[in-house]
Write a protein that binds this ligand. Sequence first.
Ligand code: ADP
Ligand code: MG
Length: 682
Amino acid sequence: MARLQDPVTILKGVGPTMAKRFAQLNIFTLQDLICHFPRGYEDRTHLVTIDKLEVDVPACFKAVVMNTPRTAHIRKGLDITRVQVADHTARLNLTFFNNKFAVEQLRYGEEYIFYGAVSGDFVGYSMTNPVFEALSAQPIATRRVLPIYPLTAGLSNAAVLKAVRQALSICDPPAEILPESVRREYGILAADRAYYAIHEPQSMAEAELAKKRLIFEEFFVFSAGLSLMRAQRAQKKTVPYKNLDLQPFYNSLPFTLTTAQQRAIDEILADLGSGAAMNRLVQGDVGSGKTMVAAAAAYAAVQNGHQAAMMAPTEILAEQHYHSLSKLFAPLGVKVALLTGSMTPKQKREVRDAIASGEVRLAVGTHALLSEATVFCKLGLVITDEQHRFGVAQRAKLSSKGEDPHLLVMSATPIPRTLALLMYGDLEVSIINELPPGRQPVETFLVNESYRARINAFIRKQKEENHQSFVVCPAVEESEELSVKAVTVWAETLQQTVFPDLRIALIHGQMKAAEKEEAMASFARGEADVLVATTVIEVGVDVPNATLMVIEDADRFGLSQLHQLRGRVGRGGAKSYCILTSQNRNPDTLGRLKALCKTTDGFRIAEEDLKLRGPGDFFGSRQSGLPTFRVANLSMDLQTLKDAQNASAKWINTEGTADTPEGIALRARIGELFQRAEGTMN
Ligand code: ADP
Ligand code: MG
C-alpha cells in the first residue's frame, strides 16, 4: 500500500514530464490527486436507440457496424474515415477526422457502444467523431458517469482519470473525520465511499451525494476549528476588571452616546468583568460611531492597569484614530501613541520603547504593531478596526503579544449572517443598529455623462454653502501607477479648467504617509473644497463637513465598497448627497446601481453584493481573511454551510474533545487548515 503523502511519480505512467504537468495543477502527492475533484460530470449511463438521438444532444447508443470503415486522404493533415452503423430502429453515418487507425479497428458485423451527438441536415442525420468502445471492453468513456476534471496543457481528462483511479487502488483515501452521529443526522456519505464516488460515481445522484459530503466536510472542519478556538479561549481565565466606572470618559465626550453604542459598551464591560477573555465583534454600519465604543473599552483596560492596542488596516485610518483618540484621552491622562510602517526607524524605536516601558497606554497603528520588534509591557486589550481586512491568523498574532488579552473587533462592512459566522464564528457579536441623532440618509443618484455640467454645478453649490466634496476615481486595473495617474490628471483638469477658483486637493495610495496625512488633515480642517481621491479614503475617514460624494465610473466598484464610500458623507448634520456616474449600458449593472440609490441598509446591500459577486470579491480585496474552499461555493451552498455550522457547534459541545478516531483526525485537519491560512494571510 502506498501512502497519501507519496509523490505522484510512484504511479505507473507518471514520470518527470507528467509530474511537471500535475504540478501545474498543484498536484504533488497522491492526496493532492485524490483531492483533485471533477468540476462536473457527463451522464453517459443511459443508452438510447438511434431513432431517439436528438440533434446536438450527446448520448450513448449501442449499434452494429454495417460496413468496413473507409478512409479518404483529402490533403496533408486531413484524413476522413466513414463508417455506417445501425440498430433495430435506424441506420446512422459516422464521420471521423484524422482518426484512421482507431476507427479502422471497428469490425464489420460487430456491436459497439458509441457516444456522440447527431447533427441534422436535409439529407439525414450524421455524427462526427463519436467516442466508441467495444461491448466487451471495460467501460471508460461510455456507459458511465464521466468525471470532467480541471486540466492543464498536456494533461487529458482520460490521463487524470487514469491516474486518480490508480491512486485510489493503491492507497486509502483520507481518513474519516465526520463523526458517525453527524453523518447519520444529515445523510452524509462515509469518507471512503465519498472519495471513490466523487471520481467514479455509479450515477449522477451518487455524484451529488459525494459532492455534498465533501462540501459539508469543508465547512464542518472550518466551523469546528472556529468553535474550538472559541471554546479554548473561553476557558482561559483572566483577572476580572474591577474598575468599570467609565463616568470620567463619558464626561469628556462632546456628545451623548446613542442607545446602541451604550448597549455595546455595556456588553463589553460585562465581558471584561467576567473573568474570561473577551472575544467580541462590534458590527455597525458606517458612521454608527464604533470608534467611541472601542475607546470606551480601551479606557476600561487602562483603568485596570492594562495597555490597549488598536490596529487599523490603513495608515490614514490609523492616523485618524490616533488624532481623535489622543485628543479625547489627553485630559484623562491616558498617553496614546501612533505606530505605522512609514515612520522613520528612529520614530518607531522611540514609540516602541514607550510601549515597552508602559508609558504609552494605548497604541494605535497598522500592521507595524504585529512586528517582532513591538513588545508590550502589559497588553490587556486588542482592538482591530475594519476587521474584514484582517484574517483570523493576524488577529491571533496581535493577541499573542499579551497574555490572553481581551479581543474586540470592529467591522463596518455589514456581512450576511452566514458569512459572518464563517469569519467570526469564534466571536460574540454586538450590533450597533442606530446612527447618531440628526443624521439624514444620503440621497443617491445615478447619472451618465450628459449630467457632467450639472455635477460640476452641484460641486460648486456645496462650496457656496461652505461644504466640501469628495470625487473618487476607480482604480485602474492594469497598475497602481496608472490609477495614480488617472486620479492626478483628473484633479488637474478640475483645478485648471472646471474650478480654477476652488481649492482642489489630491490623495492617493502612492503618496508618502506624511503627505497623505497632511492632505487628509488639511481637507478635514476645511482647507480644500474638493478632495479628489482613489479608494484610499474608503475606510473610516471622517470629515463631517463634507456633503457630496461623487463616484466616477461607479460600475467598476462593488456595491459594498460603494456603500462604504458613500458613508464618507452624511456624517454631520447637513443633508448629504452621493452621485454615481456610469457610462455602462448593461441593464444588470445599472440595475444594481439603482438598487444602491434606493436603499441605505448596509445589510441588504451586502446580501445583494454577495449574490452578484460571490464571496471571493465580496470585500474587493484579496486580504478578506475569508478562507478559500475547494469544493464549496459560498454563495450557492448556503444551506449546507448552515447545516455544517449547526452540526459542528453541537459536536463541540458533546463529543468534541473525545479521542475517537474521527475526533483525532478532525483535530489534525483543523490544525493543518489554520496553519495554511496563516501562511497565506501574512
Ligand atoms: P464608524 O462606526 O463608521 O467607525 P465613527 O466612529 O468614525 O463611525 O463615528 C462617525 C462620526 O460620528 C464621528 O465624527 C464621531 O465623532 C461621531 N459620533 C460618534 N458617536 C456619536 C454620538 N453618539 N453622537 C454624535 N456624534 C457621534
Ligand atoms: Mg470606523
